[in-house]
Design a protein around this ligand. Sequence first.
Ligand SMILES: NC(=O)C1=CN([C@@H]2O[C@H](COP(=O)(O)OP(=O)(O)OC[C@H]3O[C@@H](n4cnc5c(N)ncnc54)[C@H](OP(=O)(O)O)[C@@H]3O)[C@@H](O)[C@H]2O)C=CC1
Ligand SMILES: O=C(O)C1=N[C@H](C(=O)O)C[C@H](O)C1
Length: 274
Amino acid sequence: MSDQTIPVIVNGAAGKMGKEVVKAVSQAEDMKLIGGVDLNPDRNGQDVGEVAGCGPLEVPILNQLESMLAYATQERQLGVMVDFTHPDSVYDNVRSAIAYGIRPVVGTTGLSPQQLQELAEFADKASTGCLVIPNFSIGMVLLQQAAIQASKYFDHVEIIELHHDQKADAPSGTAIKTAQLLGELGKSYNPPKVNEKEHLAGARGASADEGIRIHSVRLPGLIAHQEILFGSPGELYTLRHDTSDRLCYMPGVLLAIRKVLQLKTLVYGLEKIL
Ligand SMILES: NC(=O)C1=CN([C@@H]2O[C@H](COP(=O)(O)OP(=O)(O)OC[C@H]3O[C@@H](n4cnc5c(N)ncnc54)[C@H](OP(=O)(O)O)[C@@H]3O)[C@@H](O)[C@H]2O)C=CC1
Ligand SMILES: O=C(O)C1=N[C@H](C(=O)O)C[C@H](O)C1
């Protein structure tokens, strides 16, 4: 194996996304999977490839992120931590990785704007690249770009995001990012037409940037889906993205692992590195 291969840790290695990342990284010629991290004590010491279902890779899962980060610093090349864990732990995980000089590629959603700001300052001070990507699929970037075009002509827009029922956070990181992208265009949306009253709290969804509403659906049978509905008198323009397999995120994850090594600050969004 070349000396130039990128050492990669997968945090959340036994999760739905973590397993896909283990498979993708272990097949990438310019990367070297050096470890997985997962909190479940039953997984400690297990082979990360066996857990991911791709056969033994002779790479262990540990329960302790700090031990794995310390191990990664022994590598000759700069290391990367890919994080697909939980909204409650992602902030601390990223801080720890940066403290060890390991570059974070963060797929986990649920970071608050304040947490994101703090992590950006922390990465800046350490001159360490960090990528926070709420959605790694190319199709979603294209959907967002189409929405930016449409928003020049439509003043009314609402977002519906639909996910599997194991999802911990709502609204999705993708829907929040989509609303931010539309909100950055210097206009506000959905001027009120009537004096509206919600008879059931939440009926009109969450209020995001510049008056944009986000509605979250959680059901078994779904993976990850988003609709952006633009309305104007006499017409409705709908943009929709559907995930049918988590494989769709892997090209974006591998790209982010390569790109994060060239950065010295935190960058938020896949569109910024394409
Ligand atoms: N950016 C993107 O493109 C995408 C982002 N996501 C996001 O990624 C995150 C994970 O999603 P998903 O894989 O579906 O979730 P899963 O629940 O399937 O996987 C999360 C894994 O992380 C483990 N875990 C939880 N906390 C920690 C921690 N502190 N340290 C190490 N491991 C931990 C869990 O272990 P245990 O089960 O034992 O608790 C589990 O194995 C979510 O925030 C989701 O929104 C998902 C898909 C795409
Ligand atoms: O939890 C998921 O599954 C997903 N989470 C991300 C989000 O919150 O936007 C990305 C994608 O929607 C899948």
